[in-house]
Every structure is written in structure tokens, then in C-alpha cells.
Write a protein that binds this ligand. Structure first.
Ligand code: GUE
Length: 295
């Protein structure tokens, strides 16, 4: 069994991006600028946005954190998005999800300029992804592809079973694994809460990608020998013995599944850190595209 070490690979990617930023600075060019909008003060969202901003600082990007109260109206958020769309200094931005219930998430995602949509959540970018056009691939799926690539995992002709059909992970992942090329060329089954005989389907998988958010859902008995197991679950569970009072657990019973798997991602230290690295990669891309379009 080999660990797909997202912590290590994400640090490699951040080093690569930092080297690019250094070159930009030496050429006297503007460095990439990422903005993140956070509405409300959900603890987990604050942590993630905080990590994104710190990662920007570490690699030499400019970053702006826009904090708005949980009572923000849809109109106010749309006005902020318009401002970020028009601000030529900002190369890319994200609106951290989930949003409070008074705000229509679909309207918000549609309002983001697709050229600044480094999350890849705008329908235009989702459509481009599905059609193999150059675009911003959502950071979590992009991170999983990057891990498969850097560990030389064979995906061609393999049966990939994706668990969960979220717009951010499961749905795009199912499309990406079935695309032409590598990592891809896989035969994909997208499973969800209405899937019949889900355990039987999972047992046929060469590659399992679990994006469910149910701790310890995936047990060793459910996976085939030598399966590749990607754990996208991140659930906070109270644990008084930890300094923060909680620990992060994935969807996979790691101790037992890892004995059977050929490759497996840990939680924490797997897909999570890759998500951040690929957001930075998308922001670098956004800067490069922005520069060539303003010349
Ligand atoms: N517009 C938007 N874009 C996102 O990309 C987005 C979002 N909204 N909403 C929430 C999810 C979740 N997400 C994570 C990012 C990093 C870790 C991460 O770094 N996890 C660490 C552990 C972090 C910890 O200790 O809490 C790890 O798995 O090792 C996890 C989850 C991005 N998301």
C-alpha cells in the first residue's frame, strides 16, 4: 500500500508556484491576487478561508479577505461580487460556501465573472470542463487528478466508483475520470443516496472516490483487493483530548481499508491540502490569462 500524500504533494506544488511568483517579481510583473468572500462566521469556513489566505502569503500572492456578516442580503453580496468582477487588480476570487439561507447560491455563482472564477463553479466553466475546453477545474477534483498523476496511478479502462453527486466534488469528478486522456479514460459509476446495491457496486471498483461526509462509511469488506481509495470526506468530530476540541475524520475506515488498498489518501493530509494548492494553481492561471488579455 502506498499513501497518496496530499500534504507533501501540496507543498511541492506550492513551492513550484512560489518559484513562478519569484520570476514574475524579477520581471517586474504584478503578482497574482486572490480574494475570498466569507459570509457569516461558521467555524469550519473561517478555518478553510484562513488557510487559503495564509497559503497566499507563503507563496507570495496578494490576498484579500472580504468578511461580511451572516445577516448580509443577497443584493449586498451581489454588489460585492460586481465590485470584485470590476476590480482590475484582482485576478481571481471565491465565495466560500455554504452561504446563509437568505442567499440564493445559484444566483451568486452565476454572478461571478467566469474569467475570475478560480473555484470553477460558474456553469460556463463547468460546461467547458465537461467539453474538454480549457477552464478552471474545481480545486478538489483538480487536486485528486493531480495526486493520481504524481503517483502514476493507472486509470485507463479502470472502473471508478464515485460516491456522492455534489456539484463541488462528486459530479465534476465523475465527468473528469471519464474524459479522454490521463488521469481519465476510466469507466465511471456515480452513486448516491438512491443507488440500489451500492455495496455491491463499490466492491467492483478499481478506484473508489468517496465524497459523502459520513465518518467510517467505507469499510475494508466493501473494497476490492488493491483498490485505489480516495477519501474526500472531512467531518469534524468532538474530541476533548485535542487542543482544538475536535478532530477531522474522513469517510474511510483508514486502519482497515489501508491494508487492502494499493493507494489510499489519509484524512487529514490527503485531499484537503490538495484543494488549497489547486486553488492557488487556478489563481496563477487566472493571472496569466488576465495578463495576456490586457496586453
Ligand atoms: N467556495 C468554496 N470553495 C472551496 O474550495 C470550499 C468551499 N467553498 N467550502 C468548503 C469546502 C471545503 N474545503 C476544504 C479546503 C481545505 C481543507 C483542508 O485543508 N483540510 C485539512 C484539514 C484542515 C483542518 O484541520 O480543519 C486536511 O484534510 O488535511 C478541507 C476542506 C474547501 N471548500
Amino acid at each position: 500500500m502506498e499513501i497518496l500524500d496530499g500534504k507533501k504533494v501540496s507543498n511541492d506544488i506550492k513551492d513550484e508556484i512560489a518559484a513562478e511568483v519569484l520570476k514574475m517579481k524579477e520581471r517586474g510583473e504584478k503578482v497574482p491576487h486572490l480574494a475570498a468572500v466569507l459570509v457569516g462566521n461558521d467555524g469550519a469556513s473561517l478555518t478553510y478561508v484562513g488557510s487559503k489566505v495564509r497559503a497566499c502569503e507563503r507563496i507570495g500572492f496578494e490576498s484579500t479577505l472580504v468578511k461580511m456578516p451572516s445577516t448580509t442580503s443577497e443584493i449586498e453580496l451581489l454588489a460585492k461580487i460586481k465590485e470584485l468582477n470590476e476590480n482590475d487588480d484582482i485576478d481571481g476570487f471565491i465565495v466560500q460556501l455554504p452561504l446563509p439561507p437568505q442567499i440564493d447560491t445559484q444566483k451568486v455563482l452565476l454572478a461571478v465573472d467566469p474569467d475570475k472564477d478560480v473555484d470553477g463553479f460558474h456553469p460556463m466553466n463547468f460546461g467547458k470542463m465537461a467539453l474538454d475546453m480549457s477552464t478552471f477545474i474545481p480545486a478538489t477534483p483538480f487536486g485528486i487528478l493531480e495526486l493520481l498523476e504524481r503517483y502514476n496511478v493507472d486509470t485507463k479502462g479502470k472502473h471508478t466508483v464515485v460516491i456522492g453527486r455534489s456539484h463541488i466534488v462528486g459530479r465534476p469528478m465523475s465527468i473528469l475520470m471519464g474524459r479522454k486522456g490521463w488521469p481519465g479514460n476510466s469507466t465511471v459509476t456515480l452513486t448516491h443516496s438512491h443507488t440500489k446495491n451500492i455495496t455491491q457496486i463499490i466492491s467492483q471498483a478499481d478506484i473508489v472516490i468517496s465524497a459523502l461526509g459520513v465518518p467510517n462509511f467505507l469499510k475494508a469488506e466493501m473494497v476490492k483487493d488493491d483498490a485505489v481509495v480516495i477519501d474526500v470526506g472531512i467531518t469534524r468530530v468532538t474530541d476533548e483530548s485535542r487542543p482544538k476540541g475536535y478532530k477531522i475524520v474522513g469517510d474511510v475506515d483508514f486502519d482497515n481499508v489501508s491494508k487492502k488498498a494499493s493507494f489510499i489518501t489519509p484524512v487529514p493530509g490527503g485531499v484537503g491540502p490538495m484543494t488549497i494548492a489547486m486553488l492557488l494553481k487556478n489563481t496563477l492561471l487566472a493571472r496569466e490569462r488576465h495578463r495576456s488579455s490586457s496586453k
